[in-house]
Design a protein around this ligand. Structure first.
Ligand code: GLN
Length: 194
């Protein structure tokens, strides 16, 4: 399976390393033409306003919506989760608007700008190590969205069919099991198309 990591801004190299550790071929994606050779795409953490602006500038909005409509999975982490969301609290406009959920940016406040914790994730046996950095939260989800994990009662991992979203940075630890989970989604989607 060949997975791309959207390389406009943010934590790209770390995702490539985790995807490779999970057994995928992984490449940085800078141009829309590169999407056609991929089975799945990661939208990394960084700064969602900047990533959104660059996505619009380089034609990625429609290209990634088409990619998703072809049944190819997307995985958004932190800022990437915000990019996937249908609604962003306090903002008029969202970005890809693919997942039926409302998110709040920088939802942990100044005191807890960044921290690490162990998280139980539905579908993964033992808790995973999660690094939160100025992280968003998922405030509400539509009926088609499956909540995979919560932290102190708030939703931090969710899946809607071929779309996976995490508030935190799974790529900043040596624990690549969430990437392995995504790789399973990509394999299932590729089989479903074959
Ligand atoms: N605070 C960032 C945003 O709102 C996300 C932070 C991150 O990706 N680590 O876009």
């Amino acid at each position: 399976m060949k997975i791309g990591v959207l390389a406009l801004q943010g934590a790209v190299a770390e995702h490539i390393r985790s995807l490779e550790a999970a057994g995928a071929e992984a490449v940085a994606v800078k141009r829309v033409e590169e999407l056609s050779e991929l089975n799945g795409l990661v939208i990394p953490g960084g700064e969602s306003t900047t990533i959104g602006k660059l996505m619009r500038r380089y034609g990625f909005m429609d290209a990634i919506r088409d990619f998703s409509a072809e049944g190819k999975p997307l995985f958004g982490t932190c800022a990437g989760l915000i990019v996937l969301a249908g609604k962003i609290e306090g903002q008029e406009d969202a970005h890809l608007e693919l997942m039926n959920m409302t998110v709040a940016r920088n939802a942990f406040g100044r005191q807890r700008e960044s921290f690490e914790t162990d998280l139980d994730v539905k579908g993964i046996n033992e808790p995973i190590r999660a690094v939160f950095i100025r992280a968003p939260l998922i405030k509400s989800v539509g009926p088609e969205v499956d909540v995979l994990s919560t932290y102190k009662g708030e939703i931090v991992t969710a899946r809607q069919g071929t779309l996976l979203a995490a508030s935190y940075h799974p790529e900043l630890t040596d624990d690549y099991r969430l990437h392995a989970y995504f790789l399973e989604m990509v394999k299932e989607a590729a089989l479903a198309k074959a």
